[in-house]
Design a protein around this ligand. Structure first.
Ligand code: PMV
Length: 353
C-alpha cells in the first residue's frame, strides 16, 4: 500500500500587511492582516508527501534540493503538529486506521517561480506542505484549523489555505488558538479583480522577513502607532470595500498600507530598504495614472503594493489590465524587448483558473 498525497497552493499578496510578531515561536502577529490569494498557475507551490515505515527519518526536498529538518524548527514543528492531529483525530478514534503518524515522511516541494524573492514563496510553500500532509493523513479539519499549523511555518502561509479574500485575525490568546485565517469573500465574489505581478528583480531578498520583523518590533516607534491606531481601522475599511466591490476604497487603503509598511521598515534601526528605484518609478506611474482617472471619473483605477522585496503587485479591474500592461511596457522597456508583454506578468484573475 502506498500512502501518498499531492497538494498545491498559490501565493497570496497582502493588502493590509503583517509585519511584527508578538510570539516568535508560535508566530503570533502584532496586527491582523488581509490578502488576496492569486488564482492562476503562475505562482504556486506543489507538494507531494509520502509516509512509509521503511523510511529512516522525515526528509524534505525543495526544488530538488534537500533541506534539513531540524527540531524545533518550523518545518519540524508543522510536521509534528500534523502527525499529532493524525493520531488524535483519526488513529485514536478508529483502531483500523493505518498508524501513519508513526511512519517517517518524505516530502518533495516545487515552486514554479523564484524562491525568497519577495514573491511570498514561503506562504505558498508552507500552505502546500500542510495541505499535502492533511490530505495524506485524511484529517477531518477546516482550512481555518489547518491555517493554525501553516501559520507556524510562515505567518503569511495561513492565508494561502483559502482562495479569494482572506483575513488573518491576530487573536488574543497566548496559545495562538484564535490566531487563524478566515475567508472574507470567495474569489467568485469579485471576478473582475486582477493582480499584475511586475518582477523587478528575482534575486534573493537582502533582509529576511523574520529578521526584519524582529528588528522593527525592537526599534520602531512607528510600528507601535501602526498596531494600535492604524491597522484596526484599515481592516474594517478594506473588508467593507471588498464586500461592496468598491475598487476606489480598496485601492486607497491598499496603497496607504504598502506605504506604511515600507515606512516602518525605514523606521527600523538600522533601516531596511525593500524597494529600489524601479519600484519607486512604478509607484510614480500608478500615482499619475490614478491622478488622470480621478480627474475624469473621481475614482482610482489601480493600486500598487510591495512586500519584503522590490517587486510590484498592481491590483486593477479587468477593464484596465491591457492599458496598464501597455503603460508598463512603454515606460519600462527591456533590453531585448518583450516578445509578449504578458510574459512580464502573471495576470491573475479574480475567478477562473
Ligand atoms: O510570513 P512571512 O514571514 O514571509 O512575512 C510576510 C510579510 C509580508 O509579506 C511583507 C506581508 C504579508 O502580510 O504578507
Amino acid at each position: 500500500m502506498v500512502y501518498q498525497a499531492t497538494a498545491s497552493a498559490p501565493v497570496n499578496i497582502a493588502c493590509i500587511k503583517y509585519w511584527g510578531k508578538r510570539d516568535t515561536k508560535l508566530i503570533l502577529p502584532t496586527n491582523s492582516s488581509l490578502s488576496v490569494t492569486l488564482s492562476q498557475d503562475h505562482l504556486r507551490s506543489t507538494t507531494t508527501s509520502r509516509a512509509d515505515p521503511s523510511f529512516s527519518k522525515d526528509r524534505l526536498w525543495l526544488n530538488g534540493k534537500e533541506e534539513e529538518i531540524v527540531a524545533p524548527g518550523r518545518l519540524a514543528t508543522c510536521i509534528a503538529e500534523l502527525k499529532k492531529m493524525r493520531k488524535e483525530l483519526v488513529e485514536d478514534k478508529d483502531a483500523s486506521a493505518p498508524k501513519l503518524s508513526t511512519f517517517p515522511v518524505h516530502i518533495a516541494s516545487y515552486n514554479n517561480f523564484p524562491t525568497a524573492a519577495g514573491l511570498a514563496s514561503s506562504a505558498s510553500g508552507f500552505a502546500a506542505l500542510v495541505s499535502s500532509l492533511a490530505a495524506l493523513y485524511a484529517l477531518p479539519c477546516s482550512p481555518s484549523t489547518l491555517s493554525l499549523i501553516a501559520r507556524q511555518g510562515s505567518g503569511s502561509a495561513c492565508r494561502s489555505l483559502f482562495g479569494g479574500y482572506v483575513a488573518w485575525e491576530q487573536g488574543v490568546l497566548d496559545d495562538g488558538s484564535d490566531s487563524l485565517a478566515v475567508e472574507v469573500a470567495p474569489r467568485s465574489h469579485w471576478p473582475e479583480m486582477h493582480a499584475l505581478i511586475c518582477v523587478v528583480s528575482d534575486d534573493k531578498k537582502g533582509t529576511s522577513s523574520t529578521s526584519g520583523m524582529q528588528r522593527t518590533v525592537q526599534t520602531s516607534e512607528l510600528l507601535q502607532h501602526r498596531i494600535k491606531h492604524v491597522v484596526p481601522k484599515r481592516m474594517k475599511e478594506i473588508e467593507a470595500a471588498i464586500k461592496a466591490k468598491d475598487f476606489d476604497a480598496f485601492a486607497k487603503v491598499t496603497m496607504a498600507d504598502s506605504n506604511q509598511f515600507h515606512a516602518v521598515a525605514l523606521d527600523t534601526e538600522p533601516p531596511i530598504f525593500y524597494m529600489n528605484d524601479v519600484s519607486r518609478s512604478i509607484i510614480a506611474l500608478i500615482v499619475e495614472y490614478n491622478r488622470v482617472a480621478i480627474e475624469k471619473t473621481g475614482k482610482r483605477k489601480a493600486a500598487y503594493t510591495y512586500d519584503a522585496g522590490p517587486n510590484a503587485v498592481i491590483y486593477t479591474l479587468q477593464e484596465n489590465v491591457k492599458e496598464i500592461v501597455e503603460l508598463i511596457v512603454k515606460y519600462f522597456p527591456q533590453k531585448d524587448g518583450f516578445k509578449d508583454p504578458f510574459q512580464l506578468f502573471a495576470g491573475e484573475g479574480g475567478v477562473g483558473e
